[in-house]
Design a protein. Structure first.
Length: 368
């Protein structure tokens, strides 16, 4: 038997809405036990107190448990549920359901492949530090190997959901005589995202292991991955990994390609990715090419120098709206204008994920 990777974009009416998944199963478009991972964009603020992520995660656990006849906590041990908060601007809340089906079909060239994995739970004092990097790198290696992807060059996107520090976790570390990377909860998200991203970079050979230290995380932004996407949340204490690539060992009619946006308006980088997938456009995708696109996955970040191609931006200076929210809206708008739809997975906070102010971009599409 050969594996085939299937993807489904599912609209949601609220963070707890799982009716789209129920419908896919009822219509026999997929079976519950084929669901391997779920990405999600929820309409919260994307911050420490964004409990839309936890609400969506619980709803998905209960949904899959109901269909599989197992305990909800068991679901969390086998299916990564990566919820990313923040659908600013015109971004649409949605789920990306990734399923693996066993088929008698023979592989025909490279096809989309997926591997998943989990780290152990981290102690608060490990979050955002090198210990987290190495544990994450090990789990990424295992996820890629489980997908029978030949090597790092065929990996195109690695999504990780990682933990953050809460006041309670900080106090727990102190009680054991330990220090944490920061005692402030919001900055801890950036340190955690950065450490997870460098774990991906180390696993894929994008940076030298010797360059990664506690001090370089969240500081040396010359170290970055072209294929990392990490999102921090309060709802977990470990890293959950989804590795996407192409493999000659898989059947199916989908492939994935990636690139790196050098800044938030780097549309030519996205055009390059589309050309790799056999799409050619100088404007918005036409209906035929748009119909081939299964998913768009991107990172967004406000440049630290306060400028985009020499012009000043105010994303870092706005005391009312955090810069990650501005950047998601900006990149989401740029991509929506090209692709012609708004259910895009745009995640904010790109520490060590692409160059400063830019970020990785990946597109899953049907084969030509």
């Amino acid at each position: 038997m050969t594996r085939e990777c299937l993807t489904f974009r599912v609209a949601t009416s609220d963070p707890a809405d799982v009716s789209g998944i129920d419908r896919l199963i009822a219509e026999e478009k997929l079976a519950a036990d084929e669901i391997t991972a779920i990405f999600g964009k929820t309409e919260g603020n994307g911050g420490v107190n964004d409990f839309t992520r936890a609400l969506a995660t619980e709803a998905l656990k209960n949904c899959l448990a109901r269909h599989l006849g197992i305990d909800p906590d068991t679901v969390a041990e086998r299916v990564p549920l990566v919820m990313s908060g923040g659908t600013e601007g015109g971004l649409s809340p949605h789920l990306l359901v990734i399923a693996v089906r066993h088929t008698d079909a023979k592989p025909k060239g490279m096809a989309l492949a997926v591997g998943t994995g989990f780290t152990r739970a981290f102690f608060p004092e490990e979050i955002g530090r090198a210990a987290m990097v190495w544990e994450t790198a090990k789990a990424v290696h295992e996820a890629v190997a489980s997908a029978a992807i030949a090597g790092p060059h065929d990996v195109h996107f690695v999504q990780i959901k990682c933990p953050l520090l809460t006041g309670e976790r900080v106090e727990a570390a102190k009680a054991r005589g330990q220090t944490v990377v920061t005692e402030y909860t919001y900055p801890s998200m950036g340190y955690s995202r950065g450490a997870a991203a460098l774990g991906i970079a180390a696993a894929l050979g994008e940076v030298s292991p010797d360059s990664i230290t506690d001090e370089s995380i969240g500081s040396d932004f010359g170290l970055w991955s072209a294929r990392a996407s990490t999102s921090a949340g309060v709802e977990l204490q470990r890293c959950e990994i989804i590795a996407l690539g192409n493999s000659a060992n898989w059947a199916g009619d989908s492939v994935i390609a990636h690139g790196v946006m050098k800044d938030a308006i780097d549309l030519p980088a996205v055009h390059t990715v589309l050309r790799e997938l056999g799409m050619h456009t100088s404007g918005q995708l036409d209906a035929a090419d748009r119909g081939r696109v299964r998913a768009v996955l991107a990172k967004a970040e406000a440049s630290r120098d306060g400028r985009i191609r020499g012009r000043r931006h105010i994303m870092l200076d706005d005391s009312d709206i955090n810069a990650t929210r501005h950047s998601r809206a900006l990149v989401g708008g740029v991509l929506a204008g090209l692709f012609g739809f708004t259910d895009l997975y745009v995640s904010g906070g790109a520490e060590h994920q692409g160059p400063d102010g830019g970020g990785p971009i990946a597109v899953i599409a049907g084969k030509t």
